[in-house]
Design a protein around this ligand. Structure first.
Ligand code: GSH
Length: 223
């Protein structure tokens, strides 16, 4: 790779941190531009960035090696694996497994991420009924993953895939998302309610790539 991948991110928003995990897994050089939310200069809704992503969202990458410009964290991770997973660590064992990974990535981006995000948004707005509604949906995603993990170490094919990694950055925010929830406010309560999910989450978090992402996120937020 001649030049590092250019990466647009946010210091707190979890979606770009999914890509950081895969950059670290595969040892891909990258440089980060942190944006703010909103339409000020340096913001995701500023005209300069909207020219790059009309949706006004991060992550976004530009890979000078291929000219590829991409948004959507799960699509970016697929691209990174397709181009830079030289040891095939994320190669699916079968066609069935390939589509199962996509199934979980679809669930992650259409259920986990928006339910978690809406909970935090409604908390900020002080909408108590809305918070309860979305916290129930958050717990429903944990229940889904817990059920899917029955008798399994990982979601697909007996090995860690993009599907497992994609859930981590949002799940790391559960203390804030489920704050005030009568059943699942604490990690201990979540371990009781969702033991398969808890064991799996704890294992994935121990991966060096995830630990590095956590360190980089802390560093970014301490500046
Ligand atoms: N489905 C997109 C969602 C991207 C997304 O919502 N990113 C958040 C940061 S985590 C964002 O840029 N939000 C901008 C805003 O709220 O104004 C993905 O997975 O990349």
């Amino acid at each position: 790779m001649s030049q590092p991948i250019e990466f647009w991110s946010h210091k707190i928003g979890p979606n770009p941190w999914k890509n950081v995990i895969v950059f670290e897994e595969l040892g891909i050089p990258y440089t980060t531009n942190f944006l703010d939310f909103g339409d000020n200069e340096g913001g995701v809704e500023h005209p300069d960035f909207l020219k790059k992503n009309a949706a006004g969202r991060v992550p976004l990458i530009n890979d000078p090696a291929t000219g590829m410009i991409l948004t959507e964290s799960n699509v970016i991770n697929h691209y990174l694996v397709d181009h830079y997973d030289k040891s095939h660590i994320f190669a699916p064992n079968s066609e069935q497994d390939k589509y199962l990974v996509d199934k979980y990535l679809g669930f992650q981006s259409s259920a986990q991420a928006p339910f978690f995000a809406q909970t935090l948004q409604l908390k900020r707005k002080g909408n108590a009924d809305g918070v309860v509604h979305f916290q129930n949906l958050v717990k429903r995603t944990l229940r889904t993953v817990d059920d899917e993990l029955e008798g399994k170490e990982y979601l697909v094919g007996g090995k860690c895939t993009l599907a497992d990694l994609a859930f981590v950055p949002w799940d790391l925010m559960l203390d804030a998302v489920l704050q005030g929830d009568a059943e699942a406010e604490t990690a201990q309560a979540r371990q009781q309610l969702f033991p398969n999910w808890y064991r799996w989450h704890t294992k994935i978090v121990q991966r060096p790539s995830v630990q590095k992402m956590i360190t980089l996120k802390k560093e970014a937020n301490s500046n």
